[in-house]
Ligand binder design. Structure first.
Ligand SMILES: [Zn+2]
Length: 285
């Protein structure tokens, strides 16, 4: 792999760890929900389990997929294959299109995870967290990561992505993903301005609601406008009234490391969660 890819990969690690540290401090100083007040041990246990899944997933993708993605990207670009090459884009225009196209794929992949029962079995590991914080951004089942990594191969080819462009996208995307999972809030006006372009904490809190009409909304990862374009955007007037998690996974045995890994094979009916709260808003700001 080339030097540029190595540089971007190093920056990806530095950026995600720095953001993690900053957001952990922020959550300690000004938590939005008081999940862990006085319970540092519970908070550490919760965070470590989520981070363990994240570390396992990144070791797995490095060993099993990065070389495949690299070969696909090399093949596509040496054969002038893929949308970015067919449009003959260069410079910033190419980079912006690369981000938009891959982020649109991420939106649909996430939506399929909610709509296709087999994929939901894996994705519910992410949604079962009743105490969402920055570490939840790493809480994905290895099965979901494996399926999305396989699907990335044709997506990389179809877009004609360079691997360094994908790594740069991942830096931007994961920065926003860590921020919108964190147990923090921006002032309402700032959240409103930011969510015109990127997914904000208020927007993503709704996605982690245990009430299914809200769980099945706000699928965007980096850019927020996909939810408006594809009509899945939704807000709760008072995000403080949101309850996270999944009713069918409330028992503590589902939240041990083994329980998290066993989530896809649990035979449980999906619950629709609490009844509709009074204040629903589909904001157009
Ligand atoms: Zn989801």
């Amino acid at each position: 792999m080339d030097a540029l890819m190595h540089t971007v990969s190093t920056w990806r690690t530095i950026s995600s760890l720095s953001w993690l540290a900053i957001l952990l401090v922020w959550e300690t100083a000004a938590p939005y929900f008081t999940f862990f007040v006085g319970g540092n041990k519970a908070r550490a246990g919760h965070g470590l389990k989520n981070m363990t899944l994240g570390i396992l997933n990144s070791i797995f993708t490095s060993l099993a997929f990065i070389a495949l993605w690299w070969m696909t990207s090399q093949w596509a670009n040496s054969h002038a294959f893929g949308i970015l090459n067919w449009l003959s884009l260069t410079g910033w225009a190419r980079l912006i299109f690369a981000f938009l196209l891959f982020d649109a794929w991420m939106y649909w992949w996430h939506r399929f995870n909610h709509r296709i029962p087999f994929l939901w079995r894996f994705h519910r590991t992410h949604h079962s967290d009743p105490k969402m914080d920055v570490t939840t951004a790493n809480r994905f089942h290895i099965g979901e990561i494996a399926i999305s990594s396989v699907l990335r191969i044709p997506v990389i080819a179809l877009i004609g992505l360079h691997l360094w462009e994908l790594a740069l996208y991942e830096i931007a995307m994961f920065t926003v993903v860590q921020m919108h999972h964190a147990n923090i809030a921006f002032p309402a006006w700032l959240d409103r301005v930011l969510r015109m372009v990127i997914v904000t904490p208020f927007m993503h809190k709704v996605h982690h609601s245990r009430w299914q009409p809200e769980t099945d909304s706000n699928y965007s990862s980096l850019f927020s406008f996909w939810d408006r374009v594809f009509r899945t955007f939704r807000l709760r007037q008072d995000p403080r009234t949101i309850h996270y998690g999944l009713e069918e996974f409330d028992q503590p045995e589902n939240h041990t490391l083994i329980g998290l890994l066993a989530t896809p094979v649990r035979q449980v009916q999906r619950q629709t969660g609490e009844p509709a709260p009074s204040a629903q808003v589909n904001d157009s700001h």
